[in-house]
Design a protein around this ligand. Structure first.
Ligand SMILES: [Fe+2]
Length: 487
């Protein structure tokens, strides 16, 4: 039996929803742009049973995939749990059998030895298939018609890492996917396997190497010639796990690196630049400029996540757990293994930053992300005491001019990760829509907002109203009509 009564953080808007959903012809305020057809697919989590340990990471929440399906100006919504072996084992036992994030030593003795992933981080459409991704396991294939779970996928048997990533990169020129797994040969192994997969889903290249130390490699960036691999701050060990701790601890003294890997090179060609001691959980984009490789990313000053505490007992610092859009330059002609850092915008932002994905690896101009605009009102009498926690705005950050345009979601709202949808396939960079789900705390419901990316100050062109709280998203992707066999 599920009992959430002892979960003080899972109340009100943040209580588990615990149902699967189909909403046909959703209520819409405004007008859905008829030119965008496809789906906004979201992956996040909803607890089937409460976590076994109160100090576990929210990364352990059961995966839940949802989809706003756009067709000729009409939107349907569908939501399903990702039914991993772990989910099915819990359901059969009527309780949470699995312990802390990536620590099998904390599992219930009766837990079966199955894949412990909850597949809750990023949806991916690739080679005609839909996947639910999390970095501790292989991709889980999802039926795009029903959102039911099919099972793990290993790219025709040629993908040998035991883990995948929540942030593979698709090269828009070649159609190839650059992807990887860390802890690739098992828990607490320092092996990274880096893959190139062609657009039909077949592995064409594998590179095996070791990271400077075992750390969270959550995201990478690519250029036409290089793969950039950030390693920072989080440490782990088998001893930690046997002591019953969560997988990661923060070590403020651990150096941060960015590995620059030639896409056609060998493991010996990797150069590890020592970057400033930031936390690079997510990247925006990268490019080559002569001998220089340039990375732009919203990097944190220190530990982003309070649920992965410092190894030396230092309390989490919310001031330093903030992200700023920064640029890093690595010079391959220099003997210096350092990096030049520039902070491009003085305001702190959500690190769930996005670009127009058609420009991955290419010169680009705009980054998009959410932030808290304190100059905007927040109605605490209707929405509760959350004003400091909300991302009430999306910004379009112009990297060429340093200007920022902003969209405001409302005085009882908080926005989840933004996503850019091109107006047409061949539309110029930035010509399209920003979409994302807003939590309306006053109405206890979720609203999908759609704003013209070039007219953000004018507000949204449409809002899709759900008559309930949708499960929260980690990452979402826009998938065009022709990318998947939708229903
Ligand atoms: Fe992520």
């Amino acid at each position: 039996m599920a009992d959430f009564s002892n979960q003080p953080t899972m109340k009100g808007f943040f209580a588990p929803t615990r149902f699967e959903a189909d909403v046909y012809d959703c209520e819409v305020i405004g007008k859905i742009p008829a030119e965008i057809n496809g789906a906004f697919v979201r992956l996040g989590g909803d607890w089937l049973y409460p976590p076994k340990y109160s100090d576990d990471s929210p990364f352990s929440v059961d995966g839940y995939i949802s989809m706003f399906r756009f067709k000729n100006g009409v939107v349907d919504y569908k939501g399903r749990w990702v039914k991993t072996p772990r989910f099915r084992a819990d359901l059969a036992a009527h309780k949470q059998l699995f312990g802390k994030y990536r620590n099998p030593f904390t599992d219930d003795p009766s837990a079966p030895k199955v894949d412990r992933t909850v597949a809750n981080t990023t949806p991916l459409a690739f080679a005609g298939k839909l996947f639910a991704l999390k970095e501790d396991a292989l991709p889980y294939e999802i039926d795009p018609r029903t959102l039911e779970t099919i099972g793990p996928w290993n790219f025709h048997g040629k993908y040998k890492s035991l883990t995948f990533t929540a942030h593979p990169k698709i090269d828009p020129v070649t159609g190839e996917m650059i992807c990887y797994g860390y802890e690739a040969t098992g828990l607490e192994s320092n092996d990274v396997f880096l893959y190139t997969i062609d657009k039909t889903g077949h592995v064409t290249r594998e590179l095996r190497f070791k990271a400077p130390y075992i750390s969270m490699v959550h995201d990478i960036a690519i250029t036409p010639k290089h793969v950039l691999i950030p390693v920072f701050g989080y440490v782990t060990s088998m001893e930690r796990l046997k002591e019953g701790k969560v997988h990661w601890g923060w070590d403020g003294k651990a150096p941060a690196y960015v590995g620059v890997v030639p896409r056609d090179g060998e493991a010996k060609d990797i150069r590890w630049f020592q970057a400033p001691a930031r936390a690079t959980v997510h990247t925006l984009n990268a490019r080559d400029e002569g001998s220089k490789v340039i990375l732009e990313a919203p990097t944190y000053d220190s530990n982003p996540f309070p649920f992965f505490p410092s190894v030396d007992g230092t309390p989490w610092d919310p001031q330093r757990g903030r992200a700023y859009i920064r640029r890093y330059t690595f010079d391959l002609n220099s003997k210096d293994d350092g990096a030049r850092e520039e902070t491009l915008f003085s305001m702190n932002v959500s690190d769930l930053g996005r670009i127009d994905d058609r420009y991955t690896s290419l010169p680009y101009r705009y980054a998009y992300t959410g932030f808290n605009d304190r100059n905007r009102p927040f109605d605490e009498s209707r929405a509760g005491n959350l004003s400091l926690r909300v991302n009430n705005s999306y910004g379009r950050f112009d990297l060429a001019t340093g200007k920022m345009n902003r969209y405001f979601a409302g005085d009882t709202h908080s926005l989840q990760e933004v996503c850019f949808v091109p107006r047409r396939k061949n539309a110029p960079e930035g010509d399209g829509y920003l979409i994302g789900v807003a939590s309306n705390f006053a109405e206890m419901r979720s609203e999908l907002v759609i704003a013209d990316a070039q007219r953000l100050e004018e507000g949204d062109v449409a809002r899709v109203i759900l008559p309930f709280r949708a499960t929260s998203q980690v990452h979402g992707r826009w998938v065009n009509e022709d990318e998947l066999p939708f229903a």
